[in-house]
Write a new protein. Structure first.
Length: 453
């Protein structure tokens, strides 16, 4: 090893320093928008099928605790770990959670921190710095290495989200710098997760975010209790970067980005209940739908970056019997949008729409390195011989909404899912009033949801 400061220590020093004096105003504003989006999307997920499964598992493993953390939309209380597992599955229910590159950090951090603050009564002035710490730690590694880990079949959310969760909990608990470094080391050792569920259209990915959060909680708690940690967990010869990304670590380069390139600012929100990589294709297809004006479609070609088309499940043409399959499929998302308009959960779960399924077979996906990520070029050939092309170039900034646009998004989803307006009013007051208020203010929003069955 060189005399360079270990990366865990450099990152811990940055996390330890985060606070009102060091977090830029625009970063704090974005963090509040992330909270609005995270809680708002979770409210809109109340009718999805995944949280009840996770709640049942959480209660079976952790039991009920009257003084514990609340299961959102259920009301029972359990351990921090149990509530986190269930509430993260709820937050992931529409696949409309935020995205920091390829990692869905909000669905990990927001349920985890809420449960932690509720159960332990932590001061709310720690919440936004802890959330920022998580986005910065997880986002640092995602931006540097997702291009290596994703093609290898590793899912970004648990790989980078475990680091994010460890950082967030360590910051929330106000651990000293050396213990934050230890938490990060344990987070690196506990990280992992594969992509096969997307290829098979199954549900493992729904619960990975909760497990990543729990692993990060465990990492920080072990550090708080004095567990001895590897100082070179990230850059060591058998460390996190070499093991997952299979590249030589750039310790100095990564450390230099801290507090300069704020990962929180590149967190993107999803207007549609489809994969992050399908947001722009759907946007383009909606514009093409207006131009097509009911004319018959003969064929469709979509060009996207190889990184996105190569992601598990993206080029699948079914047949589908789960929304986990349809939301990933470029052909399905484009065919459904061209024929049915703005995707809803109803559209995404209609697996027997004969017209959509037929058009889906006529959608050709082409990996084109000249098309940037978060962009798409869609060509539609009509039966009358007309060709229509939509070249949709977008970046994360196009999906980086402010408070007003975030509230517009979550209220639109709430209207679709019969969420009372009062829930969003109370949610917005809580988030914008931080560090005032109580965690029960936000937990109480979920008590307003319609009861299932």
């Amino acid at each position: 090893m060189t005399d360079e400061v270990p990366l865990a220590r450099a990152l811990a020093r940055f996390i330890h320093s985060l606070g009102p004096a060091t977090i830029p105003a625009e970063v704090e504003a974005k963090a509040r928008a992330c909270l609005l989006n995270g809680y708002g999307i979770a409210l809109g997920c109340h009718a999805t099928e995944f949280a009840p499964v996770a709640r049942a598992a959480a209660i079976a493993m952790e039991g009920e605790r009257p003084d514990g953390a609340t299961l959102w939309g259920d009301g029972r209380r359990t351990t921090i770990a149990g509530a986190t597992l269930a509430n993260a599955a709820l937050s992931h229910g529409r696949a409309q959670e935020d995205a920091c590159g390829a990692a869905h950090l909000g669905a990990i951090l927001i349920p985890l921190l809420t449960a932690l603050f509720e159960e332990r009564g932590l001061p709310l002035d720690h919440l936004i710095p802890a959330l920022v710490a998580g986005y910065e730690a997880g986002g640092l590694f995602e931006k540097a290495h997702a291009g290596h880990t994703t093609p290898a079949g590793l899912r970004a959310s648990p790989i980078y989200g475990t680091i994010a969760a460890a950082a967030a909990v360590a910051k929330a608990m106000a651990l000293p710098e050396d213990r934050i470094a230890a938490a990060l080391s344990y987070g690196a050792h506990f990280a992992g997760g594969i992509l096969q569920s997307f290829a098979d259209g199954t549900d493992e990915w729904r619960y990975q975010v909760g497990q990543a959060a729990v692993n990060g909680l465990m990492a920080a708690e072990l550090a708080r209790q004095g567990a001895v940690a590897a100082p070179h967990a990230f850059e060591g010869s058998a460390g996190y970067i070499r093991a997952f990304a299979r590249v030589a670590p750039d310790v100095g380069g990564l450390a230099a980005k801290l507090g300069v390139e704020w990962s929180t600012m590149r967190v993107a929100f999803k207007p549609f209940p489809v994969c992050a990589f399908n947001q722009t294709p759907v946007t383009a297809a909606l514009l093409l739908r207006e131009k097509i004006a009911e004319r018959k479609i003969a064929g469709v070609t979509v060009r996207m970056n190889p990184y996105e088309i190569g992601y598990a499940g993206m080029d699948s043409k079914g047949p589908f019997n789960t929304v986990s399959g349809t939301l990933m499929s470029i052909p399905f998302c484009i065919a459904a949008t061209l024929l049915r308009g703005t995707p809803t959960m109803g559209i995404m779960t209609d697996y027997d729409d004969a017209q959509v399924n037929a058009l889906m077979q006529a959608v050709e996906t082409v990996a084109d390195p000249d098309v940037p990520t978060l962009s798409a070029v869609i060509a539609v050939w009509l039966e009358d011989g007309t060709e229509l092309v939509q070249d949709q170039r977008m970046t994360a900034s196009d999906y980086s909404y402010d408070r007003a646009r975030t509230m517009e998004l979550v209220r639109r989803i709430g209207a679709e899912e019969a969420v009372p307006e009062e829930a969003y009013d109370r949610m917005e007051r809580f988030v914008m009033g931080l560090p005032g208020g109580s965690v029960q203010d936000i937990v109480g929003c979920f008590a307003l949801l319609p009861r299932r069955g």
